[in-house]
Design a protein around this ligand. Structure first.
Ligand SMILES: [Zn+2]
Length: 664
């Protein structure tokens, strides 16, 4: 059973004196405290219509809407709300909160929930909040048909016990079938699909690419939201969502009704929804498993119900859906953690990427070499260090060399690391060496790297893909006491001796038997592995699907790229239809009962795509196309006719000629 609690005008009701007391208790004093007091006192507001203003009113309570600090103050205010008592759990997401617990015995259930709710109500009374009785609802989650009467009160008034409740934008229903939520999503998507219809036609309007942007932003985002939760819904409901996707992709391509979904998905580079749900579950699981204290960690861990379950397939849990992947992923990974020291305590680091700005792609190699050597001569008196990373398949390695000391270091990282991680690890290891070996005679270092992205990360103390590794590197850098260290960008492969040497060293390091640095991945790298896994699953499903054989002959491999686009919408639609295999030629028109005969009017054989492009005599189309293939030195077949750019244009020209400019 869960109670979804609604606080009446939570932000506006925030009781300022109580908040200030809490701030003091937390140890927030001095200037910060005075600033907040000042920010919250003597505030007035007025309404503007046109050029006229209303009277001013003063704001006694609440934090100003839209101010950055308002949310933080609200969290501080609500942070000491009582957690559930006696096995009742509580979730809190800003002002959206719920309490829930389970029990076989409905009386016990009711008592437990009531006690926790009483505690929250009491807290509200002393903190200036109020539970809205009309908007707070309870839902008893059960598969039983006969449901006991449950009565939960706030003060003296009973709250509503409903069959569904909307919490954080997801509708939870009593039987957790997700039917109401899926219906809600479908209605929302259908309205938005009309927008796509309004801006596109088969002869005019937005392109496939633009329409796909609209689909992804307005429709796919709605389908994605909460999909990890609702993916346990019965297949028949989930299929309804797939129909929405198919319909939207059909609009994007201008394809005919009845075009196979598998073909549309690959043509648009869109994962089937089942694969998308898998991908989202795996991504969420990675975030959760990488975080020791995550509140829903148990969802991704084995539970006795997974072993002894009597459920049918439709109830497959998140754990069973994702364990294949997570048990095959034997690589250690870390979710982002907070830096152990604030950024303003980091030592200053000199990063010189000026060379990158002064060279252009037009410079040839010998010229680049001279420019680089000239730039490096500024660091003549420094100890030169060269770093590099290398990747081959799953294997990842790095190296550095200090020529003047005749010192080389070879490094191997955790498999599947990014090349960025390798380049950064090389620099980390140099910092490590400097911090252990610096002395009065050896304290000026120039580290040369060809990785612009790594140097920019270090300069900005920010890395999107490897935040933890960057923090680790900076932590080691802070241990350097007396040395002056410069990081300098130089181009790769321009025949600078130290750079060439370290390049070779890094490649050799790929064969090191053991991993000796950075033995962990971070989120973005695991996400890449997940994407690969999901696309492989997609390929398996694609291969085994009997529909869309025509399209599979043209595109046998699935991936997330859009396969064919053209600036001319009419051409884009016509060629897409031919590729997707549903074209309004006579054979199909007969099936749709729009024609009496399905034969080609000239050749008197069934008129379909193969006939039209490979054998038909109208406008001499097949002979012209055959000659075209010969002149481009490719085989004369459907795949080349519909997949090679310049031949596609010829196909389009001839079809326009035969059908007098009509899209078939
Ligand atoms: Zn014909």
């Amino acid at each position: 059973m869960a109670i979804f609690i609604d606080f009446e005008r939570a932000y506006d009701m925030l009781h300022v004196p109580t908040l200030l007391k809490k701030l003091l208790n937390m140890g927030i004093i001095g200037k910060t405290y005075n600033w907040i007091v000042n920010f919250l006192s003597n505030r007035t507001f007025q309404v503007k219509i046109g050029t006229s203003f209303s009277d001013k009113y003063s704001l006694e309570n609440g934090t100003p809407q839209g101010a950055v600090i308002s949310s933080l103050l609200f969290f501080i205010m609500i942070n000491d709300i009582p957690q559930g008592l006696d096995g009742v759990e509580m979730t809190l997401f800003a002002e959206d909160s719920s309490i829930y617990t389970g029990h076989q015995n409905h009386n016990k259930l009711q008592n437990r929930i009531q006690l926790s709710l009483n505690a929250i109500d009491k807290w509200c009374n002393t903190n200036g909040f109020k539970i809205s009785i009309s908007k707070t609802v309870g839902v008893l989650f059960t598969k039983k048909r006969r449901i006991a009467n449950i009565n939960i009160k706030v003060g003296n008034e009973s709250i509503k016990i409903e069959k569904t409740a909307k919490f954080l934008g997801v509708i939870f229903d009593q039987r957790l079938s997700w039917k109401p939520h899926i219906e809600y999503v479908i209605t929302k998507c259908k309205n938005r699909m009309n927008l796509m219809r309004a801006v596109s036609g088969n002869h005019w309007g937005a392109s496939k690419k633009a329409l796909l942007h609209i689909y992804r932003a307005l429709i796919r985002s709605v389908i994605d939201y909460g999909d990890t939760a609702y993916s346990s819904a019965p297949k028949s409901y989930l299929d309804k969502l797939s129909s929405i996707q198919t319909e939207a992709l059909r609009l994007c391509c201008g394809a005919a009704k009845g075009t196979p979904a598998t073909a549309l998905q690959n043509e648009c580079g869109e994962l089937p929804l089942q694969m998308r749900r898998l991908q989202n579950s795996l991504k969420l699981g990675t975030k959760i498993l990488g975080n020791q204290d995550h509140p829903v960690k148990s969802a991704y861990q084995p539970h006795w119900t997974n072993e002894f379950r009597t459920f049918s397939h439709k109830d497959e849990s998140t754990y069973t859906r994702t364990q294949d992947f997570f048990s095959s992923l034997d690589l250690p990974f870390q979710a982002p953690t907070f830096p152990t020291s604030p950024p303003w305590l980091n030592n200053d680091i000199e990063v010189d990427i000026s060379l990158h700005k002064s060279i252009s792609k037009k410079n040839d190699n010998p010229e680049l070499r001279l420019i680089s050597l000239d730039h490096m001569s500024r660091y003549q008196t420094y100890t030169h260090v060269y770093t590099d990373g290398s990747k081959n398949g799953d294997l990842v390695a790095a190296a550095y060399t200090i020529p003047i000391l005749n010192l080389d270091k070879q490094i191997r990282l955790c498999n599947s690391s990014s090349i960025y991680a390798a380049e950064l690890t090389a620099i980390k290891e140099v910092f490590c060496w400097i911090s252990e070996n610096e002395n009065q005679d050896l304290k000026h270092f120039a580290i040369f790297s060809d990785s612009l992205s790594v140097l920019i990360s270090i300069r900005n103390s920010f890395s999107r893909s490897r935040p933890n590794l960057l923090q680790e590197t900076l932590r080691i850098f802070n241990k350097i006491r007396i040395s002056k260290v410069h990081l300098i960008w130089i181009p790769s492969h321009v025949n600078i001796i130290g750079n060439e040497k370290v390049d070779a060293l890094a490649k050799q390091s790929l064969s090191l038997p053991i991993i000796n640095s950075t033995n962990y991945l971070e989120l973005q790298e695991v996400f890449s592995i997940i994407k690969l896994h999901v696309v492989n699953e997609w390929q398996r499903k694609y291969d085994s699907d009997t529909k869309g054989q025509h399209y599979k002959f043209i595109c046998p491999v699935v991936d997330t790229n859009i396969k064919y686009v053209d600036n001319n919408r009419k051409k884009e639609v016509q060629i897409s239809r031919l590729r997707l295999g549903k074209v309004n030629l006579n054979e199909r028109l007969l099936l749709m009962k729009k024609l009496e005969s399905g034969l080609c009017t000239l050749c008197k054989v069934p008129e379909n795509i193969n006939h039209l492009l490979l054998n038909c005599r109208k406008e001499n189309i097949s002979n012209i196309l055959r000659d075209k293939c010969v002149s481009y030195k490719v085989d004369f077949n459907i795949k080349n006719l519909l997949d090679v750019g310049c031949i596609q244009s010829e196909v389009y020209r001839l079809i326009s000629l035969i059908y007098k400019g009509k899209v078939v």
